[in-house]
Design a protein around this ligand. Structure first.
Ligand code: G3P
Length: 217
């Protein structure tokens, strides 16, 4: 399963890249607003840093506007994936942009029927939001299972990009279900490394080694 980082913060991306586990980046208007810098420059810099897909979202609400904005975003760098919100305009824009050869990520997907429609219009990536479903007491990971099953039934080429990830168990469950990608806030990626027994084990190895060295010296 590929791991994307869900941030527009350059420093956060730079900190994770040396680990060699980041396959791409997703941004959205909220994340870009949070960094408070001119968005095109930020997206360009992210593309320079990361050799993989970088999702950049349109803010137009009509399909013509989404297509226009999508073309501008795609022109920033070949790695840009145009993100459109699910809905009638988004579905229409996805069809138009994919016909032109752009890659599209359909976001704000909360049901299997929405994911089916996004795949039908050629979305390269479909982003179901698991955390926001969990927040309203709907099991987010069940949606991932349903989408994976539907895409397998018809060999759709759209990749399931699990979004709105809140912690390591979302990542583990996504991998068990067979989702293609999980996009995670940096904190959730960091938490994938942690296990107290690893820390305790290393501490003991080093202490035993040091004790042995002392007796040799
Ligand atoms: O990029 C979209 C997404 O991952 C949103 O996450 O935590 O705002 O629900 P969250």
């Amino acid at each position: 399963m590929k791991l994307f980082v869900d941030t527009a913060n350059i420093a956060e991306i730079e900190a994770l890249l040396p680990l060699g586990i980041v396959d791409g980046v997703t941004t959205n208007p909220s994340l870009l607003a949070k960094v408070g810098v001119e968005p095109r420059g930020v997206l360009k810099r992210i593309c320079e840093l990361v050799q993989g897909p970088v999702s950049a979202e349109v803010v137009a609400t009509d399909s013509e506007g989404m297509v226009r904005e999508g073309r501008e975003l795609a022109a920033i760098d070949p790695n840009i994936v145009v993100k459109v919100p699910f809905g009638r305009p988004g579905v229409q824009a996805c069809r138009a942009l994919t016909k032109e050869g752009a890659r599209v990520n359909v976001t704000l997907v909360f049901s299997p029927s929405q994911a089916l429609l996004a795949a039908k219009v050629g979305a390269s990536f479909v982003s179901p939001f698991v955390g926001r479903l969990d927040d309203i007491a709907v099991p987010g990971m069940e949606l991932i299972s349903q989408i994976v099953e539907i895409y397998q039934n018809f060999a759709f080429s759209s990749e399931v990009l699990v979004a709105s990830v809140r912690g390591p168990m979302h990542v583990v469950e996504a991998a068990r279900i067979g989702a293609d990608i999980c996009t995670c806030p940096p904190k959730s990626i960091e938490s994938l490394f942690d296990h107290p027994l690893t820390d305790i084990g290393l501490e003991k190895f080093l202490a035993d080694w040091a004790k042995a060295q002392e007796s040799i010296d």
